[in-house]
Design a protein around this ligand. Sequence first.
Ligand code: DAH
Length: 363
Amino acid sequence: MKDLKTTREKFQVKLTSIVSLPQLELLKLEYLSRNGIVNELLKDMKSLSIDERKIYGQQINKLKDEIAKQLDSTQKKLISSLNQSKYDVTLPGNMRKNGSLHVVSYAIEEISKIFEKIGFIRMSYPEVEWDWYSFEALNMPSNHPARDDFETFYIDHPENKEFGKMLLTPHTSSGQPREMMRLGKPPIRMINIAKTYRPNWDVSHTPMFHQFEGFCVDKKINITHLKGTINYFVKEFFGENREIRLRPFHFQFTEPSFEIDITCDICDGTGYIFKDELQTKNAKSRSFAEKIKCKLCKQGWLELGGSGMVHPNILKFSGINPDEYTGWAFGFGVERVMMMKTGVGLNDIRLLYEGDIRVLEQF
Ligand code: DAH
């Protein structure tokens, strides 16, 4: 009887330490299996008288029942607590936000792919550059008034005897002398996409922005190659319906020089918005409809950027014979072309660099 009492007590203690179903299963085996503790107790009966056996047997059965009941109720408790902590599959999940590239990086990728397809090599050159590559080698000597156009960030660093002051590249055109000197000899077909810096801050300027510079030098290169290449880029990037025009301009490093204009997508290049939009899809045959002036463009055209035929001096300065080779170049703003693309709808360039996730995640 004493054994029964200690068995009961020990079981009770062990049961309180059970926290999982597998543990409970082991305890059940320990006590109630064929060779378990309770059946072992039955072996003691041999030494008892018949009357004693009867009472002892009843007590063992009682103990067995008690243990079975307690195991059972602990099992129920464990199962119900497990159910409570299980996932509630009806709750909405925690959405993980996908990261993405910055919209300007997407534009850069798109631009490089467009030029890669026609054999242009993507290059990048130092962001911290010497005056010589940015100005002197581009036909802009230090006293030339054209240098005033480029309000430049100069670096507080001793001047280099050969290359002058250290600065942040104000334009990607510094890639032109760099590329000519890297290769030593044409043919050159380069697209230089890089960060550029000028101290301006307003709706259409940030102190850091990006430009892409197309540069092509070879034998017998002429304006038709320039126009054809830019036309190809415009159709690929903006869409088949956009047209370009070359407008005479002046740059130190090209002669002749042009500004490239592209037809406005808001007014289809007509310069007017037609009040009766349902009239017809073809803008040119809508001349009788009521119209108002397009506010986005100048008479149907938007400025894309500068270009021209490489000035002979530029070739000469970088060791290429202008009698043998000719070339063209253009320099456009990445943010600018990206914002001009149909459907982008950004009207302030500064939004791109304020890091506001609500703006950036829309692209
Ligand atoms: N570098 C000029 C600028 O930043 C743009 C430019 C104009 C680049 C004419 C060219 C070019 O290559 O031919 O304003």
